[in-house]
Structures are given as structure tokens and as C-alpha cells.
Design a protein around this ligand. Structure first.
Ligand code: CMX
Length: 433
């Protein structure tokens, strides 16, 4: 057994009594009240889910296992010559809450490498799709068609419920390990005339992805940074919640993650990073190469708002400040590409948009989210096909949601089934005050 799996087993057995106590002693303790506004308004802010993998504070942003983004990057081990920790180190950290040594991270890398071979039929399924199929559809399809490989689906009836997590762990590791090759295949099939670059088993997750994409250094570090930043954002966002919801029916990791990807493909969620780039490029086309002044940016923002559109990459359902995932990418750009014209334009928009959105007066959060910066970095390193950007988000998101569904099975969380009511009932409660 790997160190990761045995440590995870230990953490799970230490944690189980806590869940048992919550259910046994404190089950009836009231945590939250629910208003009609929340019932009609997308369950916003209702405290109704539990995860220990990450927590999102509205002011401070995300913490992974208690560490904010700079603390996470500083704490996790980095291989020689790398600016960012490996995805493998981060996977160990999310699953166990413990910072691995470089050797432990390397063991995860070897384990994932052994699992990474993508079945041939996946490539055949992808090649068979019409040329204009969206890359997110291809990614979700690739994940879904591997469902026949699921160890959980095949064997969960043969084991005790307390062992379910082990089958889920096997599936999640297999699935995670295959994603870089699947994503890079989709990219090169669609945008590089099918000129596929084979995987290398000696490289970590980020470096292997960069290699298969055909993009030189420092894109390996861009990939590590990007996947870690997009991994998890607690449990209520659409992709995490959809994955958890589907898994709660004892559906396996393939069914569950495919569902999460389908949610990520919505323009109000992950697809926003594609929309941001389209919006900025459209704006840049009308201006030429010159950096616009603040008045021109303000005018363009108002044009979008007056057309009844949202400003993509701004606003958030939980956050009420600049997203620290935005800041982390901005700092990367300041170090590596300070003079990039798109980076300078994004900075200019950042100076103007929060004020415009505040004047517009609708959004509760006028500050940028992660999606308003992600495309700039990708564009700079030559990845200019922006309908691919959400696939990158999806590969990163796998790390968080797959860690979550392993713990869901370990703690035997039941099938999710909130109660719905009718409009008549809400009106009656409304009238009664
Ligand atoms: N531009 C214009 N209007 C905005 C806005 C924006 N960026 N963000 C919110 N609003 C509007 C909403 O559309 C809503 O208007 P209506 O009352 O007419 O429906 C109003 O402000 C209130 O919305 P809110 O409570 O502030 O935000 P929600 O929790 O409902 O929605 C989000 C959150 C992210 C969907 C929304 O801010 C948005 O559409 N942003 C643009 C798309 C985007 O960047 N999405 C990516 C989010 C991060 C991610 O998940 O990847």
C-alpha cells in the first residue's frame, strides 16, 4: 500500500467518530434558518453541506485544508527548478491534510504514472465526434465512456460499506491520472490537426501535460499553478455540488465527475474564462494595439451592461473581495510577463470595472473572480483557442471534487435529497409573515 493510501486510511478512521458524534449527539442542533428568498434564489448561503477539503471565506477567499493560497504554495514541496509544487503533492495534501515530503510526492507521481494509460477506445470515441463539438463535451464524454472501467461499480456489492472508499479511491486515482493525456489529446486533435504527442512516464502531472500540449517551459509551472488554483472552492459551487450529488446516489467517480464537468461548462461557472477572453479580444479589436484609457474601458463596460449582459469574470456567489486566485495569477504575470499587452489591458479593466459595477448597482460583488485572469496567462504561452480554457479548469477541478467524493464514501454520507415546496406553500408562508 502506498504511504498516501495508508495515511488516508488512518485519517479516515480518526475522523469517523467525529461524524458519528455529530449525528448521534448533535443531530438536532439548529445551524441555519431558511428564508423564502434563499429557497427561490438558488439556495444562496444556506449552510447545508460539509467538507473538510476546502473552505471559502467571503472576504479572504479559499483555504485548502486550512491554508490560504500563498501558504499552500509555500508549504508544499517543489522539485528542483520548479516554481510551484506538483499536483501530486497537492493531491496528497487535499486527501490527508498533511504536507508530504518530496519523496512522498514522488511516490504519488509513480503511482499515478502506473495508472495513466488511457484506454484506446476513448480516443476512438473522441475522433468520432463532429469537428465542431465543444472541447468540454469531448472531455465529459471521455470521462463518461470510461465508466465501464469503474472498480466501484463492479465490486461495491462485494464489500462492506466501510470499504467503499477504497474502491472509490482506486477509481479517482485512475481517473485523475488519465486526465492530462485526455485533455492534451482533445487539444491537439482539435487545434493541431491531430498531431498527438505521446505521454512521458518520468514527468509529473504538470510537466507531462505541458509536454503533451507541446508548450515549452515555464508552461509546466503554469500548468501546476493553474490546476492547483482551480482545484476546489468548497462544496456549494455547481461543479463540486453536481459531482457530490451524483456520487451520493452511489454512482461511481466517472458518472459523478462527468456530471460535474457538465455543470462547469455553463457560462456562469467555468465557461466564464472562455467568455472573458472573447470579451477582451472583441474589445481589443476595436482599439488596435494601443492600451485604452480609463474612459474608453468604462464606456466598453457600460456597453456590455446596457446590452443586458454580465461582465464575465466579475462577481461571485460567495466572495465579496478580489478572488485570491485572481491575485495569484496576477503575481505570476508580474514576474513572468509584465509587458504583455493583454495583461496590461486586464489590469486596466481591474482599475475601472469594480467602480462601474458598483454604479450599476446590481451585483453583490463588483470584484474579479478567477476566470477574469486565467485566459491571459494561457494566451501568453500560445494557447489561444479559448474554447479550450474550461477543459483546463476541468482538469484542475478534478483534484478537488475527486478528493471530496473519496471522503464522502469514507464518511458514508447518505444520498442527498433536499425537500422542495410549491409556490402556493411559499405564498401562504409569505402572507403569514
Ligand atoms: N456583470 C453584470 N451583472 C452582474 C454580474 C456581472 N459580472 N454579476 C452579478 N450580476 C448581476 C446578476 O446577474 C444579478 O442580476 P439580476 O438580479 O438581474 O438577475 C444581480 O447582479 C445579483 O447577482 P449576485 O447576487 O451578485 O450574483 P449571483 O450569486 O446571482 O451570481 C455569478 C454569481 C458569478 C453567476 C455572477 O456574478 C455572474 O454572472 N458573473 C459573471 C460570470 C462569471 O464570471 N462567472 C464565473 C464565476 C466563477 C466561477 O464559478 O468560475
Amino acid at each position: 500500500m502506498t504511504i498516501l493510501k495508508s495515511l488516508l486510511e488512518q485519517k479516515i478512521s480518526e475522523h469517523r467518530p467525529r461524524t458519528a458524534r455529530l449525528l448521534g449527539e448533535w443531530s438536532e442542533v439548529v445551524v441555519d434558518a431558511v428564508t423564502i428568498g434563499q429557497i427561490v434564489g438558488g439556495a444562496r448561503d444556506i449552510h447545508a453541506l460539509v467538507t473538510d477539503i476546502s473552505y471559502l471565506d467571503p472576504q479572504e477567499g479559499i483555504r485548502f485544508r486550512g491554508k490560504n493560497i500563498p501558504e499552500t504554495f509555500a508549504a508544499l514541496p517543489k522539485a528542483a527548478g520548479c516554481e510551484y509544487p506538483s499536483v501530486e503533492a497537492f493531491w496528497f495534501f487535499l486527501l490527508t491534510g498533511e504536507v508530504p515530503s518530496l519523496a512522498q510526492a514522488r511516490e504519488v507521481q509513480d503511482d499515478l504514472s502506473r495508472r495513466a494509460a488511457v484506454p484506446r477506445y476513448v480516443f476512438e470515441v473522441l475522433r468520432a465526434q463532429p469537428e465542431d463539438t465543444h472541447p468540454m463535451t469531448l472531455l465529459s464524454m471521455a470521462v463518461l465512456c470510461m465508466q465501464r472501467e469503474s472498480a466501484f461499480a463492479a465490486r461495491h456489492r462485494e464489500v462492506r460499506k466501510t470499504q467503499y472508499w477504497e474502491l472509490m479511491y482506486e477509481d479517482c486515482c485512475d481517473l485523475l491520472a488519465r486526465l492530462p493525456e485526455i485533455a492534451a489529446f482533445i487539444y491537439r486533435l482539435k487545434y493541431r490537426q491531430g498531431d498527438i504527442i505521446g505521454a512521458r512516464s518520468d514527468l509529473d502531472f504538470g510537466a507531462n501535460f505541458a509536454h503533451m500540449m507541446g508548450i515549452p517551459r515555464p508552461y509546466d509551472d503554469v500548468a501546476r499553478m493553474y490546476f492547483i488554483l482551480h482545484s476546489d472552492h468548497e462544496s456549494g459551487n455547481v461543479s463540486a455540488h453536481a459531482t457530490h450529488l451524483v456520487a451520493s446516489a452511489l454512482s461511481d467517480a466517472y458518472y459523478s465527475f462527468s456530471a460535474g464537468l457538465n455543470g462547469l461548462a455553463g457560462p456562469l461557472h467555468g465557461l466564464a474564462n472562455q467568455e472573458v477572453l472573447s470579451w477582451i479580444l472583441h474589445f481589443q479589436q476595436t482599439l488596435g494595439d494601443t492600451l485604452p484609457d480609463e474612459d474608453r474601458v468604462r464606456e466598453a463596460l457600460w456597453e456590455t451592461l446596457s446590452a443586458g449582459q454580465v461582465i464575465p469574470g466579475y462577481g461571485h456567489a460567495v466572495l465579496r473581495r478580489t478572488d485570491p486566485r485572481y491575485t495569484a495569477q496576477m503575481e505570476f504575470c508580474q514576474r513572468h510577463m509584465p509587458d504583455d499587452p493583454l495583461f496590461r489591458l486586464v489590469n486596466m479593466i481591474y482599475r475601472v470595472a469594480p467602480r462601474v459595477l458598483s454604479e450599476h448597482g446590481k451585483t453583490k460583488n463588483p470584484w474579479p473572480n478567477v476566470d477574469s485572469h486565467s485566459g491571459v496567462v494561457q494566451w501568453h504561452y500560445g494557447l489561444r483557442e479559448h474554447d479550450f480554457y474550461t477543459v483546463l479548469f476541468g482538469v484542475g477541478r478534478a483534484i478537488g471534487v475527486l478528493a471530496n467524493i473519496i471522503w464522502d464514501r469514507a464518511l458514508a454520507y447518505p444520498i442527498e435529497r433536499p425537500k422542495s415546496v410549491t409556490t402556493d406553500m411559499l405564498e401562504a408562508w409569505g402572507r403569514a409573515g
